[in-house]
Design a protein around this ligand. Structure first.
Ligand code: IMP
Length: 215
């Protein structure tokens, strides 16, 4: 099957959950709130590679304070759609966070296992405070209860891609957040979203005409 001729309409497999305009507006609001809450302080924003980097890039430009940024990379054991909670630090922070106000910037909190591990690692380094800003909160799947100080959107229990979030390392550059309604179909035909990207990543219409319509 040619990648330009998908066997199924893209709208059967994914739908736009949060569009780019909604994301932009929500991040502006979060930036304003964080700016107010941290007034007079210089927090360090920590993002977990790779998914959180897109959110961090947009969020920290909406914070009107002298923030700094740092990155960590964590390796999870288990498949792409299955977070097993066993993690190991692949890349550590560049800076010492002792005495600093730390804001962890996460793309999505699912079971919470990754984040609870990260929080315990960061707290052992004696920062002044540790808070979390998550773009998406998939609370239905939470195993470890976590205080999320800032949340962009509540996320239904569905696999999502785009805006930094991947499926098998693909689709991080989709500007919208898409709900994958049929993960098996996307796994079987990973090029399915290529025409969506080629169209300038405009959201797919709610329904595509049937294959035989009018052609
Ligand atoms: P947790 O440890 O289960 O909370 O997993 C969090 C991490 O799993 C996120 O930072 C993502 O990298 C990944 N993840 C969880 N749910 C999704 C999803 O729906 N799409 C893409 N990645 C996800």
């Amino acid at each position: 099957m040619s990648p330009l001729l998908p066997s199924r309409p893209v709208s059967d497999v994914v739908r736009v959950l949060f569009g780019r305009e909604d994301i932009r507006r929500r991040i502006e609001e979060l930036g304003r709130t964080i700016t107010g809450d941290y007034e007079g302080r210089a927090p360090v924003l920590i993002s977990v590679l790779k998914g959180g980097s897109v959110f961090l890039a947009d969020l920290f430009r909406q914070i009107r304070l002298p923030v700094s940024i740092d990155y960590m990379s964590i390796s999870r054991y288990g498949g792409a759609t299955e977070s097993m909670g066993r993690v190991r630090i692949v890349k550590d922070l560049d800076e010492d966070i002792g005495g600093r106000h730390v804001l962890i910037v996460e793309d999505i909190v699912d079971t919470g296992l990754t984040l609870s591990y990260l929080i315990s690692v960061l707290e052992s380094r004696h920062p002044a405070s540790v808070e979390v800003c998550a773009l998406l909160d998939k609370s239905a799947r939470r195993i470890t209860p976590l205080p999320l100080r800032y949340v962009g959107f509540d996320c239904p229990d569905v696999f999502v891609v785009g805006y930094g979030l991947d499926f098998q390392e693909r689709f991080r550059n989709v500007p919208d957040i898409l709900a994958v309604q049929d993960v098996a179909a996307l796994a079987a035909e990973p090029d399915l979203l290529v025409p969506y990207l080629a169209r300038g990543a405009t959201p797919p219409p709610p329904t595509d005409p049937p294959d035989d319509a009018g052609a």
